[in-house]
Design a protein around this ligand. Structure first.
Ligand SMILES: Cc1cc2nc3c(=O)[nH]c(=O)nc-3n(C[C@H](O)[C@H](O)[C@H](O)COP(=O)(O)OP(=O)(O)OC[C@H]3O[C@@H](n4cnc5c(N)ncnc54)[C@H](O)[C@@H]3O)c2cc1C
Length: 353
């Protein structure tokens, strides 16, 4: 365990902005976290961070204690794959693939840690964390007790678990277990990945072929980010907003703003693969329909030139600058289309409204 005072948090996040932590406690395994939470941390104000790729931290920093959990073990025990919440998600995926187990391979390359993956029910290319999770172990910072929770207690839905609710913010995920299969569990339906597989000759019935197809598609989509990469070339938190639910009329109208030549049927299929429902429409199309443009820039804040839903820090943007752009988008979409966009990115600390 390492404890640092007044530590800048920007280097621990993918946006590379934000202020300092009053106190930063860094842990690299679940036992370390348990010890820190039992003996070291008594602050009422506790902030949790994994790999910082889905948060926007206030320029004023975070008062109290920030607990950063990165690292830990992966083990296969009695048919379950058990990982510390600090494990880098893609290390878990490659471990499963090495064990010839299906169920996680389509989430290859999703950045971040196992803990946040559960909190956010991450999903990609038709596979979600909730599909294979068997239990989690949590530390309750109020009672200082550890207990296990099953998926049916976590209220999973699209990009949601009830660990995000105010009531459950006191729970720190320590470990998670997954039940995987020696046989294919999910059909690969996403067209970009299928096209890449055909072009490159990858066999999408194999784990290696599925991983290569998905990583290829993620590269095209600008969706690769690694905390070990210090080129600082992709300062984004991925898709900034969740795909919203729309009425059938809104969906038909918004789909017409796709300018890439895809058919409406293909777009509906993609929407249902990403959101589980064809009426959960692409937030990227919503932005385009509200008048925002790919590559649109406000100082050092930019909408990705191809993937408009990714807000980027292309220089030395402040967290407040990124926040302001996100709020302008929310307001405009509400006024123009009557759709409420909900951020996927978590805002930590104080922002000016
Ligand atoms: C380029 C890029 C592409 C992306 N692509 C996808 C994608 O395809 N699919 C997808 O679903 N997401 C995607 N994301 C979002 C991101 O990968 C996920 O949200 C990921 O789970 C974030 O992990 P993290 O460890 O960085 O979380 P952090 O940003 O550190 O934290 C996120 C939230 O989880 C909480 N948290 C972290 N650890 C714990 C813990 N142990 N216990 C309790 N709470 C905890 C934090 O307090 C915070 O509220 C992408 C992001 C980027 C930058």
């Amino acid at each position: 365990m390492t404890i640092l005072e007044h530590e800048p948090l920007a280097p621990y996040t993918s946006f590379e902005c934000g202020g300092k932590a009053d106190r930063l406690v860094i842990c690299d395994n679940h036992e370390d976290v348990r010890q820190a939470l039992t003996q070291e941390i008594n602050d009422k104000q506790l902030w949790l961070l994994g790999y910082g790729c889905n948060v926007l931290i206030s320029d004023k920093g975070l008062p109290g204690t920030t607990l950063l959990f990165r690292g830990g073990e992966i083990n296969l025990e009695g048919g379950e794959l058990i990982a510390d919440a600090g494990v880098w998600w893609d290390d878990l995926v490659t471990y499963a693939i090495d064990q010839k187990l299906f169920g996680l391979e389509l989430t290859s390359g999703v950045p971040g840690g196992v803990g946040a993956a559960i909190v956010g029910n991450i999903a990609a290319y038709g596979q979600a964390v909730a599909d294979t999770l068997s239990w989690i172990e949590v530390f309750d910072t109020e009672t200082k007790k550890i207990y296990t929770m099953k998926p049916d207690e976590l209220g999973f839905s699209y990009r949601f678990s009830n660990l995000q609710t105010d009531r459950n913010r006191r729970l720190v995920v320590l470990r998670a277990a997954f039940t995987l299969s020696p046989h294919i569990t999910h059909e690969l339906k996403y067209q970009t990945a299928i096209d890449i597989a055909e072009r490159e000759g990858y066999d999408t019935n194999t784990l290696a072929g599925r991983r290569a197809s998905v990583l290829g598609a993620r590269e095209v989509a600008g969706s690769l980010w690694d905390y070990r990469d210090d080129t600082h070339s992709n300062k984004t938190a991925g898709s900034f907003f969740r795909n919203p639910q729309a009425t059938r009329e809104q969906a038909e109208h918004i789909i017409s703003f796709d300018e890439t030549g895809k058919s409406a049927d293909l777009i509906k299929k993609m929407n249902s693969v990403h959101g589980g429902d064809s009426l959960r429409i692409s937030a990227a199309h919503v932005l385009l329909a509200a008048g925002f443009e790919r590559g649109q820039t406000w100082g050092d804040v930019r909408l990705h030139p191809q993937h408009v839903l990714k807000i980027e820090n292309v220089g030395n943007a402040k967290a407040q600058d990124i926040y302001n752009v996100s709020q302008e988008i929310v307001r405009t979409v509400q006024n123009e289309l009557g759709i409420t966009l909900v951020p996927e990115v978590r805002f930590l600390g104080e922002f000016k409204h």
